[in-house]
Design a protein. Structure first.
Length: 94
């Protein structure tokens, strides 16, 4: 049975939106009162997101009896996402 880490899923969701906000400069017009708090979350967003993702991927790998298949599926999924994102970036530039 697959383990669920609801708190980590919520944190990953939150920090993924913070990463998007960083890249889109969405939070530049934040009132001065909130800027220290926003700077804290923005500086922690990428490391926390990668740490949580690594933990969840590591658990999926360790819990599996078919480890090479898990790695192959993960790499295939990441390459597909990278290809879509790269294609969108290429189309937006040219």
């Amino acid at each position: 049975m697959k383990r669920q880490y609801k708190g980590l899923d919520i944190a990953k969701f939150f920090f993924s939106w913070v990463v998007v906000a960083i890249h889109t400069e969405l939070l530049l017009d934040t009132p001065a009162v909130y800027r220290p708090l926003m700077r804290y979350f923005m500086s922690a967003a990428v490391p926390v997101f990668f740490i949580i993702s690594g933990f969840l991927c590591g658990n999926k790998y360790l819990d599996s009896d078919r480890r090479p298949e898990v790695i192959r599926k993960s790499v295939k999924s990441l390459l597909r996402l990278y290809g879509i994102w790269g294609g969108c970036t290429f189309l937006s530039i040219y």
